[in-house]
Each structure stands twice: as structure tokens, then as C-alpha cells.
Design a protein around this ligand. Structure first.
Ligand code: FES
Ligand SMILES: [Fe+2]
Length: 347
């Protein structure tokens, strides 16, 4: 499987940043190929419904939020947060089939999360925790990118950081990155990949953040299907014990990179790059954000070009290499989750 042709449904996906969902303003978003309208109820809680009125198919996102409900602004049908029509103008009886699909949503760590599968499944699990996004000891800014590529190509990219040495030489990588062997480990519900560059020059970003001389640098990536990457990255002066767990005189970052398929060929990408030092240095915050955005643009150029080749040219050979170990582990987990989805549907 080079691209995901079907998506895991029984899982939490990021639908939006919390600030994108403003009181009284419906937000239209396509997620896993489905058109969804999001809005906040009277208590500020997010609601997600199918963005299609069951009367004559007008998008509810063109409608008006009224308390906990949304009213279609074509002929005025009003729907509650469960998608039930509760009012039809000048008509006493509301037929029971006047419903639109409702989705489970929740807000956590500044994201609005949505569950696109069976609603009951949502109650048994929570979205992955991203503690640094809810902790005043870390500084970050919300990031977003729109990708013209299948989610799997982005997953592959993030799970094989050997590309840092080629795609990101000007930003995140050093020539040494691709020469070191990462360690792969299965963790509960995901994959962990650890990469150490011992005694290397600081990356351009770490140099900007103040690292001088030779450093020991770590990248510890955790990936949870369907699309959550959480990275612990940093560097300390070489030989000061960072690999043994002593982090002194160094710097550290936490990166969040979350993908939600929009369609089979486009993907939403939500990200942050948090730090726990020089918290009041707003210029540094802007600089890190700009550097990371530039680095992610470097990825986007190559991944969208790769997608274009896959989409427009005849299929050709695909040869595996050792560095594919991470993407291979991820694919196994995705296939497992897809099989679980089908089993749940069958049951
Ligand atoms: S299309 Fe929505 S009320 Fe008619
Ligand atoms: Fe990259």
C-alpha cells in the first residue's frame, strides 16, 4: 500500500484548532472525504454535524447558530447537537427521519477532535495527550498546512528522518543524520523511533536557539495511528550525559504534527513546535515558527511532487530499504486498525 485508499474511522482526528471555532460562526470542513459543519453550542462546547440539510441539501455551514442548535438558512429547518430536526417553520409535526448525521467531538490541548466512526466507540477512548500544549511552561504557536497529498506519504516522511540530511539541510538536518541508525520500538498503540547524533554540529535551528560547539542531539519520535506524531528533540553539549538522561546546558523542543485526511488526495496538517526556554522571547517564538514552517515547506515540495508522479504516471517498481523500517511498522498498525474497523462494522 503506497497510499491509503480507505481511512481508519474509529479514531480521534483533529478537526480544527480551537481558535478556528468561534462562537456563532459555523465552520465547514472536509474530513475523511465527508463534509462536516462545526460550531459551538451555548456553553461553548463544539458540535459537529453532516454539512448537508436533510430537506434540500443546502449546506448547514451557511446556516445560523441558535443556542445549542443550527438553523438551515434556506427554508429554516432547525437541528440540535444530535442532528435531530427540532423545528420546521409552519409545521407542527417533525418527521422522525428528519435528521443529519452527528459526530462525537471533544476539545483537548487546544484542538477540536472528531470521531468519524461509530459514536459509541468514542466514549471508550480519549485523543492522545499533548501536555506541552496545555502547560504554561512551554511556548508555541499554532501552525497549519494544507497538503495536496495522501496522508500515507506524509506518514512515511515523518517516520523516516533520514530525509533530514537531504530535504532539510538548511533547517533541521545535518549531513550526519542519515548516517546514524535509529532504534525502533513498538509502544502501546504506536511506534517509537529514537535517533542520536553524538558529537555533531548543531542544526541551523539549534544554533539559532543558542547552541555552540559540538552537541549530542536526540530525536525521539512517537507515532500513534491514524496521524499523531509527537517529537521530543533537543541537544546538549557533547559528552555531558544527554544519552544517559542528563539534560543540562542544552535546549529541548516538543513537536506536534497531526494529519487528518481531507480527501484521498489532500490532507490537513496541524502542527506546533514548543520550547521550554526563553519563554518571554517573542522574537524567538516567531523565528522558530518561521524556521519550522520553512522546513515543512521543504517536505511539502517533495511530497506533493511524489504524489504527482504516483497520480499521473504508470506504476513502476518500489524498492524497500533499511530506512523504511518505521514506515513499515506504521503500515502494519494501520492495517490492523482498518481490520478492527471492518470487524466492528461486521459485528
Ligand atoms: S434545504 Fe435546508 S431547510 Fe430547505
Ligand atoms: Fe521533513
Amino acid at each position: 500500500m503506497l497510499e491509503q485508499t480507505e481511512f481508519i474511522r474509529n479514531a480521534w482526528y483533529v478537526a480544527a484548532w480551537d481558535h478556528e471555532l468561534q462562537a456563532g460562526k459555523p465552520l465547514a470542513r472536509t474530513l475523511l472525504g465527508e463534509h462536516v459543519v462545526l460550531y459551538r453550542d451555548s456553553a461553548g462546547k463544539p458540535v459537529a454535524l453532516e454539512d448537508r440539510c436533510c430537506h434540500r441539501a443546502a449546506p448547514l455551514s451557511l446556516g445560523r447558530v441558535e443556542g445549542d442548535c443550527i438553523r438551515c438558512m434556506y427554508h429554516g429547518l432547525k437541528f440540535d447537537a444530535n442532528g435531530r430536526c427540532v423545528e420546521i417553520p409552519a409545521q407542527a409535526h417533525v418527521p422522525p427521519q428528519a435528521v443529519v448525521r452527528a459526530f462525537e467531538v471533544c476539545e483537548q490541548d487546544h484542538f477540536v477532535w472528531i470521531w468519524m466512526g461509530e459514536r459509541e466507540g468514542a466514549h471508550a477512548s480519549r485523543p492522545p495527550a499533548i501536555p506541552w500544549q496545555s502547560d504554561a511552561g512551554w511556548r508555541w504557536k499554532p501552525g497549519y498546512m494544507h497538503y495536496r497529498a495522501n496522508i500515507q506519504l506524509i506518514t512515511d516522511n515523518l517516520l523516516d528522518l533520514s530525509h533530514l540530511s537531504y530535504v532539510h539541510l538548511a533547517t533541521l538536518g545535518t549531513p550526519q543524520t542519515a548516517q546514524t541508525q535509529p532504534e525502533y520500538r513498538e509502544i502501546e498503540g504506536g511506534v517509537e523511533i529514537t535517533r542520536w547524533d553524538i558529537g555533531s554540529a548543531p542544526t541551523p535551528l539549534h544554533a539559532k536557539a543558542g547552541m555552540r560547539g559540538m552537541v549530542d542531539r536526540w530525536l525521539v519520535f512517537r507515532w500513534y495511528p491514524p496521524g499523531t506524531f509527537l517529537l521530543d528533540a533537543g541537544s546538549c553539549p557533547t559528552g555531558t550525559g544527554a544519552p544517559q538522561g542528563v539534560r543540562q546546558d542544552g535546549i529541548q523542543f516538543r513537536n506536534t504534527s497531526i494529519q487528518t485526511p481531507e480527501t484521498a488526495h489532500t490532507t490537513h496538517y496541524f502542527w506546533t513546535h514548543a520550547r521550554d526556554f526563553r519563554l518571554d522571547d517573542a522574537a524567538l517564538t516567531d523565528e522558530i515558527q518561521a524556521q519550522m514552517a520553512a522546513a515543512f515547506e521543504e517536505d511539502r515540495v517533495v511530497i506533493e511532487a511524489q504524489q504527482e508522479v504516483l497520480r499521473t504516471r504508470a506504476p513502476g517498481p518500489i524498492v524497500g530499504i533499511a530506512a523504511d523500517a518505521g514506515p513499515r511498522m506504521a503500515r502494519r498498525l494501520i492495517e490492523l486498525r482498518l481490520a478492527q474497523d471492518s470487524a466492528a462494522e461486521f459485528a
